[in-house]
Design a protein around this ligand. Sequence first.
Ligand SMILES: Cc1cc2nc3c(=O)[nH]c(=O)nc-3n(C[C@H](O)[C@H](O)[C@H](O)COP(=O)(O)OP(=O)(O)OC[C@H]3O[C@@H](n4cnc5c(N)ncnc54)[C@H](O)[C@@H]3O)c2cc1C
Length: 396
Amino acid sequence: MVVGSSFAGLTGALELRRRLGDDAQITVIDRRDHFTFIPSLIWIPFGHREPDDVTFALSPVHASQNIAFMCADVIEFDIYGGRVRLRDGRSVPYDRLLIATGPELAFDAVPGLGPDAAGCDQSVCNLEHAMGARAAWNAFLEDPGPVVVGTAQGGSYFGASYEFLLNARHQLDGAGLEEIPVTYITPEPFLGHFGLNGVGDSADVISELFGSLGIEGIPNSAIRESRPGEIELEGGRVLAAEYSMIIPPLRGVAPVRSHPTLSDEAGWIPVNDEYRHVDHREIFAAGVDIAVSPPAKTLVPAGVPKTGYMSEHMAKIAAHNIAADLTGGTHRRVPFDEMGAIAVLDGGDRGLILKTDHVIGEAEHPHLIAGPQAHWAKVAFEKYFMATRRRGFVGP
Ligand SMILES: Cc1cc2nc3c(=O)[nH]c(=O)nc-3n(C[C@H](O)[C@H](O)[C@H](O)COP(=O)(O)OP(=O)(O)OC[C@H]3O[C@@H](n4cnc5c(N)ncnc54)[C@H](O)[C@@H]3O)c2cc1C
């Protein structure tokens, strides 16, 4: 059984089918009936994508691979009974479980933060939020003022906040609103840290980029409170904000977090190099929901980003090992810090391509390429991803 059907869960289920053949019974449960290509949500507020461009229905994809798909909310993992319990009262048994439930958006950890609070914050972490951010952006353009973009303490989707920041600047400049100030706030200890202690010369590249665009970046910042029209940082500085987009702190989802032996205090699942739970042999986890320690302690808590690419990689390893458990064969071990990562940060008409062969620690060949090709690389990747995944293909 797989719980979650986004980057990690969808890949894990398709890979399990590929490895286990037609006879294995595979069930996938997700509370959403659609897959969303989250990386493109940064374009939704500016009207560059519509919901249909970035989503597809999960049921037909799973049906085409003979995978049972249930659109339901898991409320409890009954580990000792080998079942998951659903909000609608059903309970579903499993032999092996892959948990791919991603993060919970912890807006409530910062006073006033988030689109449902009284402040001015928007979010692009899911489709509903991104559509709300679009409505707010259109209203903002009627009477524009200072913009604040960033990540709250305990957040880790740094790439998303850099992308939104650069896209917002690009939109404002295109609308003749060059005088509108845009400020970037982040728990990263330096700009271009990305939660990874930097990639190559990312600190210099980001600082130069900010300088050329007139963006003030405030590293080591933590938000004390978000209020209508302003954001107060720890230390007392108050930033005027007519529009803000802040990536919230993240934690594990409630049924994982509340289980006494499944996760750590923040709700992240401890796994070994097989992406198997350290205490429960029959349980695997992949994606944002796994526990990873930051490369070094930072002044303000900053999480390690687990990208879509990494989430899929983990899911493939977990699926390989589940298949090895069930059918024999060797197990595969890939420590998280030895995993490579490729990320494309779009900036509207330019951006950055980052590639590292080690997510954490000394990378031998870190690459950082800045320029307009980053924008087109992201567009090409989006098209390739949507075309392949909606046909049930997850690559070799
Ligand atoms: C705005 C933004 C832009 C990003 N851009 C990029 C990018 O350019 N490149 C990149 O590689 N990464 C990017 N990321 C990161 C990427 O989106 C994540 O790495 C990826 O979504 C993680 O996949 P996941 O499957 O682990 O978790 P998620 O995508 O969070 O999926 C978890 C799934 O589990 C389901 N679920 C959760 N709880 C339950 C429950 N109790 N019952 C049933 N179902 C449940 C959810 O409905 C969801 O479908 C971005 C993230 C954001 C927010």
